[in-house]
Design a protein around this ligand. Structure first.
Ligand code: ADP
Ligand code: MG
Length: 204
């Protein structure tokens, strides 16, 4: 998988900008069922990645993705840091094994399963996994990027009906029902930003 340095730099920037624009909203979601820091945590992580943007862009794509994951683990903090970090570290490592012929949807599935193991969590538990698995399913059936983004947004909204099984929100039990999960929301925002950027910039 050959990815232009300019594409990596662009993806880092759209993710940073999306999280910066929505940080207050993500904190508000987290105030309802957690401790109110998800937007701040994610913004800190994205800014740390951005600060390394130039050196990341000069790396081969799998190494860049793995390094972004390590930076997120070190800077996001909270539960989300190790989970988003694991996702990217695993994607990078799997791509590195077979860079030219990697099937991205298979790589993503393995990485999501690693996140689930790390969080001792699964689909339906009102977490970012409830966006990641549907995104994988949409990619696996080669849906257009605009549909992948729509599926991500729809899946994040659907977490409102779920009862939290993991993380701080799980302490609320039934009282977590009726609120969108902040991690699912950040995941949908990032997916949408990435899909839109790739739709506009990916070489045909
Ligand atoms: P913290 O809960 O430590 O304050 P954040 O607020 O940054 O961390 O992130 C909270 C989000 O992390 C949740 O909305 C949820 O999506 C995700 N999350 C928390 N715990 C788990 C877990 N065990 N498995 C999967 N996702 C989790
Ligand atoms: Mg929190």
């Amino acid at each position: 998988m050959q990815v232009e340095p300019v594409l990596v730099a662009g993806l880092i920037e759209v993710c940073r900008a999306t999280i910066a624009e929505n940080a207050d909203h993500l904190c508000a979601l987290d105030r309802a069922i957690g401790d109110g820091d998800h937007g701040t945590n994610m913004r800190r992580g994205c800014e740390a990645v951005s600060a390394e943007g130039e050196s990341l862009s000069s790396l081969p794509f799998p190494e860049a993705v793995e390094k972004i994951g390590l930076t997120l683990v070190m800077n996001v903090g909270g539960a989300a840091g190790p989970l988003y970090g694991t996702l990217l570290i695993e994607i990078g490592r799997e791509l590195r094994k077979n860079e030219e012929r990697a099937d991205f949807s298979l790589v993503l599935k393995q990485a999501i399963d690693a996140v689930a193991r790390r969080g001792r969590s699964h689909a339906g538990g009102k977490t970012l996994l409830d966006v990641l698995y549907p995104v994988h399913a949409a990619l696996a059936k080669r849906s257009p990027l605009s549909d992948v983004a729509r599926k991500a947004e729809w899946s994040a909204d659907r977490t409102a009906a779920m009862k939290a099984m993991r993380g701080r929100a799980a302490y609320l039990g039934d009282r977590s029902i009726g609120h969108v999960d902040p991690g699912a929301s950040s995941c949908a925002l990032l997916t949408t930003a990435i899909c839109r950027y790739l739709g506009e910039h990916r070489p045909q």
